[in-house]
Design a protein around this ligand. Structure first.
Ligand SMILES: NC(=O)c1ccc[n+]([C@@H]2O[C@H](COP(=O)([O-])OP(=O)(O)OC[C@H]3O[C@@H](n4cnc5c(N)ncnc54)[C@H](OP(=O)(O)O)[C@@H]3O)[C@@H](O)[C@H]2O)c1
Length: 319
């Protein structure tokens, strides 16, 4: 059993703690909050057997924890990752992994020097239907990929964290990292950002972001849209010369469907697990990798996280 410590008792940490109940590979061993009372309340509600840590440092130093899940706001991921890695703790860091490629490089430098496992909690990459899509493409079921598109939008404009420049708010860092990971997964690594349009508010927060990408050789185009102002259909579509793949909800795949070039349905799969349980896959991947002595997760290698961070820098500079 991999003993997980949660660092930061917020919204996503609660969903993750609920999702991990029943896992045979991972259990929540401890929860840390800046306030003891908050950690206690969180544990009582989501993981009653977990130890309580008042302060993140105490969790980082605990000999009872194998992996720390960093679930703090975006601008704190770097600081909290370094805190844990310096204590030789393996870490799973919420997306966006860091605020810049420079921060991501520095986290990996410290981890490599100490032989510490690090992965980005880009949970979609670990989901079974993501693997199905990669498999169908590898088997040539849609032929050469030509066009990739995805959108991800939620009506979350009143969430305080998303409206805070200090906490790294905005639509792109919250949601665009998923569409960029989708682009890298299905267009390949050799892609560039062609155009970006962001609708920013007076405080500089990008409430909606649209962007286009293309492969360096110009053979695949990508078009992406994220927003914190409306619930969009969240679909992702990969169009090839022989057909297309539609993924329903690119932030938590529910269904994948394969169509011919004439739109005939050829194959489809739906998730076979409880929707909330999707968070289990990333943690069980960490458990498997750490058991094998790896310092990277195969589904989310460091090179992918670095590439996303690099593209994030470019997109944000073009807004
Ligand atoms: N994978 C997903 O599906 C998913 C979904 C939503 C969010 N996320 C990511 O998860 C991270 C956390 O998001 P969230 O929605 O859970 O945020 P949240 O509800 O605001 O919780 C963040 C937690 O971080 C801690 N924290 C430390 N310093 C803080 C500060 N200065 N201000 C506010 N909180 C601070 C707090 O925990 P304590 O008070 O206990 O110390 C707080 O509860 C973000 O990076 C976000 O992008 C991922």
């Amino acid at each position: 059993m991999l003993r997980v410590g949660i660092l930061g008792c917020g919204t996503i940490a609660a969903k993750v703690a609920d999702a991990l109940k029943g896992s045979r590979k991972v259990r929540i061993e401890g929860v840390a909050s800046r306030e003891r009372a908050k950690a206690k309340k969180f544990a009582a509600a989501h993981c009653p057997d977990a130890k309580i840590f008042a302060g993140y440092e105490k969790l980082a130093k605990s000999p009872d924890i194998d992996l720390i899940y960093i679930a703090t706001p975006n601008t704190y991921h770097y600081e909290h990752a370094i805190l844990c890695i310096k204590e030789y703790k393996n870490v799973l860091i919420e997306k966006p992994f860091a605020m810049s490629k420079a921060e991501a490089d520095s986290i990996f430098f410290e981890a490599k020097n100490r032989g510490v496992f690090v992965a980005e909690a880009m949970w979609t990459s670990y989901l079974p239907l993501h693997k199905t899509a990669l498999d169908w493409i590898a088997k040539g079921r849609i032929g050469q990929v030509k066009y990739v598109t995805a959108n991800l939008g939620y009506d979350i404009e009143n969430v305080p964290r998303l409206n805070s420049t200090v906490l790294g708010g905005g639509s792109y860092l919250d949601l665009g990292v998923y569409t960029t990971n989708f682009a890298l997964s299905f267009m390949g690594d050799d892609i560039k950002v062609s155009r970006v349009f962001a609708r920013k508010d007076s405080s500089g927060i990008d409430r909606d972001t649209t962007y286009t990408m293309e492969t360096d050789d110009g053979s695949i185009l990508g078009n992406f849209y994220v927003t914190m102002c409306a619930n969009t259909d969240k679909d992702g579509v990969i169009i090839g010369e022989k057909g297309k793949i539609r993924l329903t909800n690119i932030n938590n795949y529910r269904k994948i469907a394969l169509y011919s070039a004439d739109d005939d349905l050829l194959d489809e799969e739906e998730v076979k697990y409880d929707f909330i349980k999707g968070y289990v896959f990333e943690f069980e991947s960490c458990a498997n990798a750490i058991a094998k002595g790896l310092i990277q997760a195969p589904e989310m290698p460091w090179s992918r996280t670095i590439r996303i961070a690099q593209i994030n820098d470019i997109i944000r500079s073009m807004m």
